[in-house]
Design a protein around this ligand. Structure first.
Ligand code: NDP
Ligand code: MG
Ligand code: MG
Length: 340
């Protein structure tokens, strides 16, 4: 079993004489900056003028331009959207890095796919919470944390691992458990998970089930409840107690159907396709396509997004959820997360 690090395994003194610049104040940025400050770390925020700048100031944090914050800091955590990181890094962060500084990420994409090539004289590591930023903040305030992965890509000070762990503790993740990985493993498994299972696999499964029922003449509202709404109850059970715990709670009929029909739906052909998806991630084909799509201002992304929002399951769902105000338990800002 791989080693899991907790608060007691971490020396925070390695961060005690360092200034940390959190670049970006979005989903992850606001959570890291505020949690670190409350953990006693000297934190500043690096931003462009705009909405986030005002928010960070309102939250009482010292805010500077990206280059000024990077200039002042010993540890620079890059929490901008992945697509914009290479440009901002090249123009405003890299020129400010000094020997012995640490350059930190929350996702390995840009370093792993060489969109950012850090200089040889800084530590490079990642600390990636396995949850959305608003949960990183909320759980910290509740005295808990979101588990995280960390990975060291470059260790020039000899302290990179300790600094990474201290950072993970500062954002509350060492209360929940921190696991060591590599940039390659974090990047490839994160992309695969969101594509094949968590986001892509799930939305396609739900839509296919919904369409099958509606095409067979059943009411869309009933199909919505069966294929989308009830999903949360099942996922919660799996989250708490694994598949066996979920199966304990459902009827024996449901469990028998699970056993005999599940493998017919997600069959060997689906698994073979998952292996192709993984191959495209490993070879860099997926990354290349996404980088080109961004360079062209996202024509396909925007077209698909529009089409998806107009799908019948979304139209029916919006109406039904209006009649179930209790469904929306989260604050509106918690709902908008850009990354799985
Ligand atoms: P967000 O989209 O929430 O971050 C946006 C922030 O970046 C805003 O503060 C925005 O400021 C700022 N920003 C955007 N462009 C610029 C620019 N050119 N110059 C200065 N500031 C800019 O990002 P996330 O928090 O979702 O992601 C950050 C990193 O964390 C990514 O690497 C992601 O992969 C990783 N991650 C994210 C997770 C998540 O749950 N969201 C989970 C785990 C990792 P403004 O208001 O001015 O636009
Ligand atoms: Mg049922
Ligand atoms: Mg991701």
């Amino acid at each position: 079993m791989t080693k899991v690090y907790y608060n007691g395994d971490v020396n925070d003194y390695v961060l005690s004489n360092k200034k940390v610049a959190v670049i970006g104040y979005g989903s992850q940025g606001h959570a890291h900056a505020q949690n670190l400050r409350e953990s006693g770390v000297d934190v500043i925020v690096g931003l462009r003028q705009g909405k986030s700048w005002e928010q960070a100031k309102q939250d009482g944090l010292p805010v500077f331009s990206v280059s000024e914050a990077s200039e002042q800091a010993d540890v620079v955590m890059v929490l901008l959207p992945d697509e914009y990181q290479p440009k901002v890094y090249k123009e405003e962060i890299e020129p400010a890095l000094k020997p012995g500084n640490a350059l930190v990420f929350a996702h390995g994409f840009n370093v792993h796919f060489s969109q950012i090539v850090p200089p040889s004289y800084v530590d490079v590591f990642l600390v990636a919470p396995k949850g959305p930023g608003h949960l990183v903040r909320r759980t910290y305030r509740e005295g808990a944390g979101v588990p995280a992965l960390f990975a060291v890509e470059q260790d020039v000070t000899g302290n990179a691992k300790e600094i990474a762990l201290a950072y993970a503790k500062g954002i509350g993740s060492a209360r929940a458990g921190v696991l060591e990985t590599t940039f390659q493993e974090e990047t490839e498994t994160d992309l695969f998970g969101e594509q094949a299972v968590l986001c892509g696999g799930l939305t396609s499964l739900v839509k296919a089930g919904f369409e099958t029922l509606v095409e067979a003449g059943y009411q869309p509202e009933v199909a919505y409840f069966e294929c989308l709404h009830e999903l949360k109850l099942i996922v919660d059970l799996m989250y708490e107690d694994g598949m066996a715990g979920m199966r304990y709670s459902i009827s024996d009929t449901a469990q028998w159907g699970d056993f005999v029909s599940g493998p017919r739906v997600v069959n060997d052909q689906v698994k073979a396709e998952m292996k192709e998806v993984l191959k495209d991630i490993q070879t860099g084909k997926f990354a290349k396509g996404w980088i080109l799509e961004n360079q062209a201002n996202r024509p396909e992304f925007n077209a698909i997004n529009k089409r998806e929002n107009e799908h019948q399951i979304e139209v029916v769902g919006r109406k039904l959820r209006e009649m179930m105000p209790f469904v929306k338990q989260r604050e509106a800002k918690d709902v908008v997360v850009s990354n799985a």
